[in-house]
Design a protein around this ligand. Structure first.
Ligand SMILES: Cc1cc2nc3c(=O)[nH]c(=O)nc-3n(C[C@H](O)[C@H](O)[C@H](O)COP(=O)(O)OP(=O)(O)OC[C@H]3O[C@@H](n4cnc5c(N)ncnc54)[C@H](O)[C@@H]3O)c2cc1C
Length: 524
């Protein structure tokens, strides 16, 4: 570790790895990538299906939300990667860019779909052919089809066809509407994270990757970010100087937390915690959005689901050539649709998981079962990140405000999606795979029972975003070049800057943000 670098990037996640690597490539600039977690050497990181086994361990920040009134006051588990690769080392491997309307809807200079599409391509290395010409073929991030798809997933796709639903050209086409298989962030049946793609596949003599180093605050002087104060695993604090810029890529929870700890945020909230407000920015931590899902689960009379993943044959198939159910990313296919015909893109994802996905998959039930997860892609409900204390080692308060929109539109759209899910389970294609309902108390014909189910069993899809929103209005936090308003030498580059959560899973768009940020920082 040196005392000073040209650029300091805080957080080696989906965005941080991509940005730091691109900044260091072919440039004389010295770059430090600072990561609170350790190396990504836990064997479960590589095995796609194993991500829930990482929850609560040393690679997870293991957060919890505040009690959620919209979800029967439940506290929701909120995993976040704390390891090289960040949440891309812990996620479900789904690679979806989102819909063109997402980026056009951001209405930020330089971020229209036409302008960001090349950055998706630059990141991607699609294997197995790309007849539609959608993907990049020589980027650092491998994208491939699931190698161990369940037979039931094929039946789900046939069920969609039977219902006359449209097939998507590809889930990553400009218009993602329709049903399709989910491409994954995998290489030959193993997870391929941002760390795999950007830190190991490319060589960067100018990049120092500093693990087990926690950033406590950004140091500021005369309205400029000058560096970061860090804590190493031995308990030693030190300051590292940024000669040019500090970039915060600590994710949608920790980035606003770090800004507030550094005196950048809502002035009255900082005052409550005795933190000097160096630069008032009311929007820091506000606008939190996440994708919420409601499960519909049935038992499956055929032994074709991921419940087989613990059997010897599955382990053998994985050991031998990385095939079989262990390579499943769990969410193998989906139908993207709009509940409102006036919507410019899908607002629901009807996701198919060939297993009983309950309690975050942490203790998978041994029974064969199928889940259709109805995912709310464009929530009206928003929440916020706040300080619990001025102590940087104390977790922030996370309140996603699930189902809190005053008009109740989010709840209505989830129940609309459940009707689609129910029709899917009633098709001839899926019939051979359908056993008795998983939840005996759920009566889909009774609105009270459905409401109770939605509130007691909906859960996060782990896509937190939007807490340091990009824009030019008073409540935005960064400008369209991702510079923190009013503070020189400081940018945010991660899922926090999304003005609106995308209509797909959030890893790919976060990588895209970093790819574009690299050009912005280098002025190219
Ligand atoms: C369990 C789970 C499943 C998911 N499944 C999918 C999926 O299948 N497909 C998909 O597209 N998306 C998925 N997501 C979401 C996606 O992974 C995230 O949106 C994306 O990784 C966010 O990237 P980021 O760079 O903003 O943050 P992160 O990738 O979370 O990176 C932030 C990094 O900053 C580090 N950090 C934080 N604070 C500090 C500090 N103070 N000092 C130093 N380092 C710090 C963290 O340890 C972390 O490494 C999932 C997420 C989770 C948690």
């Amino acid at each position: 570790m040196e005392d000073s670098y040209d650029y300091i990037v805080v957080g080696a996640g989906s965005a941080g790895c991509a940005l730091a690597a691109r900044l260091a490539m072919g440039s004389p600039d010295r770059v430090a990538l600072i990561e609170a977690g350790g190396p990504d050497d836990h064997p479960a990181i590589k095995i796609p299906i194993a991500f829930p086994t990482l929850f609560g361990g040393e690679n997870d920040w293991d957060y919890r939300t505040t009690p959620q009134p919209g979800l029967a006051d439940r506290v929701i588990r909120c995993p976040r990667g704390r390891v090289l690769g960040g949440s891309s080392s812990l996620n479900a491997n789904v690679w979806t860019r989102g819909h063109q309307a997402d980026f056009d809807g951001w209405a930020a200079k330089g971020w229209s779909y036409a302008e960001v599409e090349p950055y998706f391509r630059r990141a991607e290395r699609r294997s197995g052919g790309d007849a539609s010409g959608i993907y990049g073929l020589d980027g650092p991030l491998h994208v491939e089809d699931v190698r161990g798809e369940s037979e039931a997933t094929g039946a789900f796709l046939r069920a969609c066809a039977e219902l006359g639903l449209p097939a998507a050209t590809d889930v990553n086409a400009a218009d993602s509407t329709g049903y399709a298989r989910m491409p994954t962030a995998q290489r030959r049946g193993e997870r391929w994270s941002s760390a795999d793609g950007y830190l190991r596949s490319l060589v960067h003599p100018n990049l120092d990757v500093l693990t087990r180093l926690r950033t406590l605050r950004i140091t500021l002087s005369d309205g400029r970010a000058t560096g970061v104060e860090v804590l190493d695993e031995g308990g030693v604090r030190r300051t590292i100087i940024a000669r040019r810029e500090v970039v915060v890529s600590a994710g949608a929870v920790n980035t606003p937390h770090l800004l507030m700890l550094s005196g950048i945020g809502p002035a009255d909230h900082l005052a409550e915690h005795g933190i000097d407000c160096v630069h008032p920015l009311p929007g820091v931590g506000s606008g939190l959005q996440d994708h919420l899902f409601t499960p519909l689960i049935v038992h499956c009379p055929r032994p074709v689901t991921l419940a087989s993943a613990s059997e010897a044959a599955a382990l053998d198939a994985y050991e031998k050539d990385r095939r079989g159910p262990l390579t499943s990313n769990v969410a193998e296919a989906a139908y993207f649709t709009a509940s409102d015909p006036a919507s410019p893109g899908p607002d629901l994802e009807i996701s198919f998981l060939p297993c009983a996905f309950v309690d975050h998959g942490v203790d998978p039930p041994p029974e064969h079962a199928l889940t259709i997860a109805v995912v709310l892609l464009q929530p009206k409900s928003t929440g916020r990140i706040r300080l619990r204390s001025p102590d940087p080692l104390e977790s922030p308060e996370i309140d996603p405000g699930y189902l809190s929109d005053p008009g109740g539109d989010d709840f209505r759209r989830l129940t609309y999606g459940m009707k689609i899910a129910r029709r899917m389970f009633g098709t001839a294609a899926l019939m051979p795979y359908i056993g008795k309902p998983w939840y005996p108390d759920l009566d889909l014909g009774d609105s009270g029972s459905v409401e109770d189910h939605v509130r007691r069993r909906s859960d996060t899809v782990y896509h937190l975003a939007g807490t340091c929103r990009m824009g030019t209005d008073d409540d935005s936090v960064v400008d369209p070049e991702l510079r923190v308003h009013g503070v020189a030498g400081l940018r945010v580059v991660d899922a926090s800057v999304m003005p609106r959560i995308t209509r797909g899973h959030t890893h790919a768009p976060t990588v895209m943000i970093a790819e574009r940020a690299a050009d912005l920082l280098r002025g190219t």
